[in-house]
Design a protein around this ligand. Structure first.
Ligand code: BGC
Length: 457
């Protein structure tokens, strides 16, 4: 008997079940139909920046196969689909001239989703800044708040009649930590002095895009953050302090300004003289009322003091832990803990789990049109159960988007990590729903109740 056999896993009425992707990771054809290059086109085409030199030139060829992909979503019974728009398809130069062909692509996609009763959740920015804007300083230029609001407004005007859930930024922490501090992601800068500026400007851009939405849009808009609970590795005061820094850096750096209008004091401790005193006025722009927050959850960190730059805190590997292909520990309880912390800290704002999933080994080719991925099913099931616990404890969680709909381009790690519930054969572009997709489809159909059923293996 399954350990959860007697548990009632009903989810609240209206809870949305879906899956997520991002433009650069699936679309391919980045320069088609008048689009401009993005920082990711440039970065991936710079030797040495991505594993095996992988680029997004083809990816999952979703730019041409989008209709088939929506058909697959319908077959699985998805109720929602979170995707992102490529800014440089809409505004090839980042600002100014609108490229109608780019707009038409997303407009057709949205129509097709609605036709299939799939609710679109649109993310404005999932890391692919127009290269033309990077040439003007990118997120280091304070004008980026106006650029982002201009871009958002073009989309609000075109799509708000049909898209009712909007996201400004996906994971500002990764944009800054990967793009401006450690350089593993585009635009590949490595500067302790730039990172705080980029973070702050991202938050100003978020605020400006929400403000612009209130002027044009009639529905809901929110921010998506990736957060993970930090637990001290020991009860030493050094590890406690390291945990506090790591928590402030990853979990509070963006939510505090967006929801409370201030930064946590630890950021100054971490960045020292590289953390400026930002103008008070900026916080009035940043702290806009939000309709929801999207939380992306993958793992936890057990934190100890060490010499990692610049945090002086690092993750300690758990000898008894289960780790995914990206080296992340599977720790579902962390999601419940995190959601309870979110409620305690920021109050009763509605939450969507906008990403959750795992890269486990899957073969490059789906033999016999089947991919058996019991580890992924186990991961999804335990995390859905953790979400159910948080709902029972009073957190207002409105939906769940599995990451990812398709195997796709894992940024600098290229095609080496498979997160999809649908397998992609990169040689033929053939799609094969993995066992996890079929299992998830059953969970959706039972509105969560199937979580108490024994696993199909
Ligand atoms: C991002 C995705 C990414 C996933 C797995 C998130 O940080 O939003 O784009 O593929 O995690 O690494």
């Amino acid at each position: 008997m399954s350990p959860t056999a007697d548990k009632d896993f009903s989810f609240p009425k209206g809870f949305l079940w879906g899956a997520a992707t991002a433009a650069h990771q699936i679309e391919g054809s980045p320069l088609a139909d008048g689009a401009g290059p993005s920082i990711w086109t440039r970065f991936a085409h710079t030797p040495g920046m991505t594993l095996n030199g992988d680029t997004g030139d083809v990816a999952c060829d979703h730019y041409r196969r989008w209709k088939d992909d929506v058909r697959l979503m319908r077959e699985l019974g998805l109720q929602a689909y979170r995707f992102s728009v490529s800014w440089s398809r809409i505004l090839p130069g980042g600002t100014g001239r609108v490229n109608q062909a780019g707009l038409d692509f997303y407009s057709r996609l949205v129509d097709e989703l609605l036709e299939g009763d799939i609710e679109p959740l649109l993310t404005l920015y999932h890391w692919d800044l127009p290269a033309a804007l990077d040439d003007r300083g990118g997120w280091l230029n304070r004008d980026c708040a106006d650029w982002f609001a201009e871009y958002g407004s073009v989309l609000y005007r075109a799509l708000d009649g049909r898209v009712k859930k909007w996201v400004t930024l996906n994971e500002p922490w990764v944009i800054t930590d990967g793009g401006y501090l450690h350089g593993a992601l585009a635009p590949g800068h490595r500067s302790r002095f730039e990172a705080p500026i980029a973070s702050h400007n991202l938050m100003r851009a978020h605020g400006a895009a929400v403000q612009a939405y209130r002027a044009e849009g009639k529905h809901e808009i929110g921010l998506v953050v990736n957060i993970e609970p930090k637990y001290p590795a020991s009860d030493s005061p050094e590890d406690a302090a390291a945990t506090r820094r790591a928590h402030a850096y990853m979990n509070e750096q963006y939510l505090h300004p967006a929801l409370l209008g201030r930064y946590p004091p630890e950021l100054k401790e971490i960045f020292g003289d590289a953390w400026p005193d930002f103008p008070e006025d900026d916080f009035r722009l940043i702290v806009q009322p939000l309709d929801f927050v999207g939380i992306n959850y993958y793992t936890r960190s057990v934190t100890a003091a060490d010499d990692s730059y610049p945090l002086e805190a690092g993750a300690v590997r758990q000898p008894l832990g289960t780790y995914t292909e990206t080296g992340w520990e599977v720790f579902p309880q962390g999601l419940t803990d995190l959601l309870l912390w979110f409620k305690r800290t920021y109050g009763d704002l509605p939450v969507y789990i906008t990403e959750n999933g795992a890269a486990f080994f899957d073969p490059a080719v789906a033999e016999d049109s089947r991919v058996r991925d019991p580890l992924r099913i186990d991961y999804l099931r335990k995390h859905l159960s953790a979400i159910h616990d948080a709902i029972a404890a009073g957190v207002d969680i409105r939906g769940y988007m599995a990451w990812s709909l398709l195997d796709n381009l894992e940024w600098s790690l290229g095609y080496s990590k498979r997160f999809g519930i649908i397998h992609v054969n990169y040689g033929t572009q053939e799609r094969t729903p993995k066992d996890s997709a079929r299992w998830y489809s059953g969970i959706i159909e039972s509105h969560g109740r199937g979580l108490s059923d024994p696993l199909p293996y």
